[in-house]
Design a binder for this molecule. Structure first.
Ligand code: CO
Length: 426
């Protein structure tokens, strides 16, 4: 297996929650010499400096300061949250069995969650001598399972079934005697009384590379950890240019991005402002020469259901990076941003394919559009083609993620300069 794919799998296998994804990316940046900044402190930014910060335990933002003249920002935005089940506050349900009460986070496919080992990961707050502290938590063993009803009791199960989230998807934790043991286990792992919790279920299956030619990868949260990783690798590998490279990995995309750590927050705008203040740059002039790649996965044409795809704009897995278009701007790509992004991919030697929704099917939207409300720059909405979006186990092509790393390396190593009639890409 290609070492880049191995590194992607290691990231996927370590990212059991949005908080664990942030911790892994932070560690990756620190290993490359990035210095952590804190929003509440003063920053002194130096030419050649490499910095990152986090917000809310989940969002991550990194940037570098070029040594010479500075012309603009080359930015990317992706997200590290995923649809799934969140554990409720009073979660223990006892009857003949002990079960765990959960509610849905985001627009998920329910059926794939059943009959497979699950566990719990996320973060908790505990009280310490220094006040209320957050702590990562991961019960790293097979712990729970949501059992299906046998076909004998639900003869219509194969004819389409309407899932009731309050009844059908409550995970089983143990027998009657297990009552009280899971809260105690969580407190033990937390190292103290839990004051608050953001805990989610996750599947125990590791990332798997498969197919006749090993061309596919299946894992939890490929949407959008695959783009988060590809953008991070491109950001780290890029040579210095006259632009300030900025990497953003947001939380809360699957529920509309409205949180202090989502793309609808003022996080990116605030950081760009502080960078300009610290380096004595004019923010408006910088933004006029800036660009955003909004990277979030895209629907591949389905092997069994090609009819759901647009006949002429249907990306395939393994066909290269997907550029997404929508006339009503649920995707922000336009003639200018498409031209710039295609030029960058040509420079990188990476194929690009186009995506439109079928005209009679409403599609999703993504964080580019939301981020634009705060930081208004030309934006290309891109993604990697995948199947089974929002299943707990999604499928994509190995080669597409490598293409993204290659394209983002060229993108982050380029400077964009506004001309009177477009942009030059150097
Ligand atoms: Co997504």
């Amino acid at each position: 297996m290609d070492s880049r794919t191995q590194a992607l799998c290691a990231f996927l296998d370590a990212s059991h929650s949005v908080y664990h994804a942030q911790a892994y990316l932070s560690k990756t940046l620190e290993e490359k010499g990035y210095v952590r900044l804190f929003e509440q402190e003063e920053w002194s930014l130096l030419p050649g400096g490499k910095y990152y910060l986090t917000r809310g335990g989940s969002a991550l933002l990194a940037f570098r300061v070029p040594r010479g003249e500075i012309t603009g920002f080359t930015m990317s935005a992706s997200h590290s949250d995923r649809p799934g089940f969140k554990v409720k506050e009073n979660f223990e349900l006892t009857s003949a069995y002990t079960r765990v009460a959960v509610e849905r986070y985001g627009g998920m496919l329910i059926a794939p969650w059943l009959d497979r080992p699950l566990s719990i990961a996320g973060r908790v707050t505990v009280e310490t001598e220094n006040g209320v502290q957050t702590k990562l938590l991961d019960i790293d063993r097979d712990l729970l399972l949501i059992p299906n009803v046998a076909i004998h009791m639900n003869r219509q199960a194969n004819d389409g079934y309407k899932w009731n989230p309050a009844v059908d998807v409550i995970p089983l934790a143990g027998g009657k005697d297990a009552a009280g043991k899971l809260p105690a286990l969580l407190e033990r792992e937390a190292g103290g009384r839990i004051l608050g919790q953001d805990l989610y279920l996750y599947i125990r299956q590791k990332a798997s590379v498969w197919g006749v030619d090993g061309e596919y990868i299946s894992a939890a949260a490929l949407d959008d950890l695959e783009c988060a990783w590809g953008c991070t690798q491109g950001f780290l590998n890029a040579k210095e240019s006259r632009a300030i490279p900025v990497l953003c990995v947001f939380d809360s995309e699957e529920v509309g991005s409205c949180s202090p750590q989502g793309a609808a927050s003022g996080l990116l705008e605030a950081v760009l402002g502080r960078i300009c203040d610290g380096l004595n740059l004019n923010l408006s002039r910088m933004l006029a020469q800036s660009f955003l790649v909004s990277a979030d996965n895209a629907h591949a044409v389905h092997p069994n259901h090609p009819e759901y795809a647009d006949p002429a704009n249907a990306p395939v897995m393994g066909g290269g990076i997907v550029l997404k278009f929508n006339a009503n701007l649920s995707y922000c790509t336009d003639a200018l941003s498409a031209g710039i992004f295609r030029k960058i991919c040509a420079k990188a030697g990476v194929k690009v394919q186009s995506f439109h929704n079928r005209a009679d099917m409403p599609g999703g939207s993504t964080l580019g559009r939301i981020s634009l409300a705060h930081v208004s720059v030309p934006t290309a909405d891109i993604g990697l083609a995948q199947l089974a979006m929002h299943s707990c186990c999604e499928t994509a092509a190995v080669s597409d993620e490598i293409d993204l790393e290659t394209a983002m390396t060229v993108y982050y190593g380029s400077a964009l300069e506004a001309t009177r009639n477009g942009f030059s890409v150097t």
